[in-house]
Design a protein around this ligand. Sequence first.
Ligand SMILES: C[S@@+](CC[C@H](N)C(=O)[O-])C[C@H]1O[C@@H](n2cnc3c(N)ncnc32)[C@H](O)[C@@H]1O
Length: 278
Amino acid sequence: MSDVSDEHTAPIDEEALAEAYNRALALEKSGDFDAAAIAYAEVLRLDPADHGGAAVRLASMGRGETPPKAPDAYVTTLFDQHAGDFESILVDQLGYDVPLLVREALLVHAPGPYGRMLDLGCGTGLSGETLRDMAGHITGVDLSETMLEVTDEKDVYDALYAGEAVDFLENADVEPFDLITATDVLPYLGHLEAFFAGAASCTVAGAILAFSSETLPDETMKGRAFMVGPHQRFAHAESYVRETLAAGGFACLCFEPITVRHEMGQPVPGHLVLARRQ
Ligand SMILES: C[S@@+](CC[C@H](N)C(=O)[O-])C[C@H]1O[C@@H](n2cnc3c(N)ncnc32)[C@H](O)[C@@H]1O
């Protein structure tokens, strides 16, 4: 693993962490989830910020509580590592085209044009590139500075911020937006209340929120609002997304089933959602 210590936390014993993490992964792969859970608990003790995503791995094995979101340190580490090959993996190998689906849905339901667009979890800027002609000014926010460097080189966004999406929505001192996008970002968020409420607080009345989710039918979710799936991504119950969106002050314009991507050759189901701020 790359550098996992920072100036505000106690130094990490990198050697012990790497040993515990590799042991946990090997045990998980061998199917010995009980032993893997003990090893992941050790990983968390050595690295409480959880750069390796032990908490989501525990939850995906059905051990330990479902965390409220993917840890920021984990998201940052994961996407910093994959920024260089992100587009070839996601678009070319996994068939990802959610930004294009957002564009098509916007053209049908709310064609704009938009003055100020905010792209949360902008990654390498695929949504900004796809929607550039529909918005006058585009701001991108992402936890991964390495992903943002790729975006910056494309020269498509007018402003880029390194930071956490909900933190940005709650604290950024910026003019309100009339379009917010979050493509393939909900799989890294569990609780959605603060996300939707923050989106409402950063937008003008009538603004559009466009996002994708790996939504599952309520029967599959068995009463859970969200869960961590086998690929360490969060899936949400359809009713939870709808209710939380409404409670946040958004009216649904479109809630369309889509294939978000392919994983091991299998389509990953989800939804494309457009909602209007009341
Ligand atoms: C699968 S990528 C999608 C990128 C881009 N939206 C797209 O459609 O290509 C998810 C991105 O969301 C970012 N991300 C995940 N959770 C985040 C959070 N809580 N705050 C800010 N960015 C986040 C990751 O760093 C990553 O760049």
